[in-house]
Design a protein around this ligand. Structure first.
Ligand SMILES: [Zn+2]
Length: 213
């Protein structure tokens, strides 16, 4: 057991020290997570709030190269080694003090297709770092096609996707929503509504990246 721990730690160290930066492919002198220091500094940092549906959402980056590709790889191609990089982007933000972390839920259909909820993985890292629990009181139903719907119809359809998972054992007043990418903010808006109905008073949404038109 001890020996395998030692082996795992050594492998982790080797990976961290010797694997070239995935963005520029140079062997880095200094590293920030898996990136070299230069690539890390040149990320499309944003570290500010975007306002969507009158909600202030804290975003680490703008959704453009290379963050868009990293998120896509993480989300659709099982590149789970990007998890610690993406979590560390969130940890550069001035995160509020909360009692629990709520990952943006995905529908069971998506979960089966993808095998994991990328926001849950990020939420777990953040929760561990902040020493608070992950809380998942809301489930998400599969989305129907939104083709041909008006903006308002789309919003109400998204609202209907989020339902409380019964029974709700724990309740929290101050929570953080963790999402990967924010575009219109409709999902965060809908989730916020359900959380408010569950008694949450302070809800702080944070995301890896925000899409700007
Ligand atoms: Zn690099």
């Amino acid at each position: 057991m001890l020996m395998s721990n030692l082996l795992a730690t050594t492998l982790q160290w080797l990976k961290k020290e010797c694997v070239p930066c995935p963005l520029c492919e140079l062997s880095p002198q200094q590293k920030q997570q898996i990136l070299c220091k230069d690539c890390w500094q040149e990320l499309p940092w944003f570290k500010d709030y975007v306002t969507r549906h009158e909600l202030n959402i804290l975003a680490a980056c703008e959704y453009r190269y290379p963050i868009d590709q990293i998120v896509q790889q993480f989300k659709y191609h099982d590149r789970l080694h990007y998890q610690s990089l993406l979590s560390s982007l969130l940890l550069t933000l001035p995160l509020p003090r909360v009692q629990a972390i709520v990952p943006m839920p995905i529908s069971e259909k998506r979960l089966i297709e993808r095998g994991y909820n990328q926001s849950l993985l990020l939420a777990q890292s953040i929760a561990k770092h902040l020493n608070v629990p992950v809380w998942q009181p809301v489930e998400r139903l599969a989305q129907h096609s939104q083709k041909g719907l008006s903006r308002l119809e789309r919003i109400s359809q998204i609202d209907e996707q989020f339902i409380v998972r019964q029974p709700v054992k724990e309740r929290y007043r101050r929570v953080m929503i963790v999402d990967d990418v924010v575009t219109t903010g409709s999902s965060i808006h809908a989730l916020t509504h359900v959380l408010q109905n569950l008694g949450c008073v302070h809800i702080y949404p944070v995301c890896i990246a925000a899409v700007f038109d």
